[in-house]
Ligand binder design. Sequence first.
Ligand code: SAH
Length: 190
Amino acid sequence: MIWVVGAGICRGQITERGKELLRKADIVYGSRRAFELIDFELKEKRVLSRFDSSVFEEIAREGKEKEVVVLSTGDPMVAGLGKKFREMGVEVEIEPGISSVQLALAKLKVDLTEVVVVDCHARDFDSSTLDFLKYRHLLILADRRFDLTKLGDRKIILLENLCMEGESIREGFADSVEVKSDYAIIFVES
Ligand code: SAH
């Protein structure tokens, strides 16, 4: 059996159910950052720096015989590992965690239904996405490669390194701010 468990973004944002699954697991896979959010002992930890197809194959194989947990930062279904497992055709169960999206919305006091969430983590921003601004604000998951000039001179709020060292929330215009972190969320007002 394979569970993909959301670790949350800050310590304390994993569910009790998620913790129970981790305690019972024979093997836990996860990134260094995901393991930093867990403050109790695990039977066997496998730290991964990248999830390529050979890793998914290995996890699928082990999940047939053992209790395997894959620890995902934030929530597995927010630009996360849940979709990757679905695309790879590997059957998993998901235990949600608090995502960076929820955390950003909590800071901004904006409701999830007032935004369109866009994934630009390790991928380019498609300018036609700006059409959504007619109806909703944008909440863009970004990394330091994000080109803010694509947002023109719009007013933005840039949230970086939430619950990490160097946490910052800055308000400004897209043409005068720079994304400095790979853990960045850009709020664009409609
Ligand atoms: N599954 C994760 C998202 C993984 S994709 C979740 O639920 O949050 C990685 C993107 O998430 C980053 O590019 C950034 O946009 C966002 N992110 C993750 N951690 C963050 C943090 N601590 N502060 C700000 N944004 C973060």
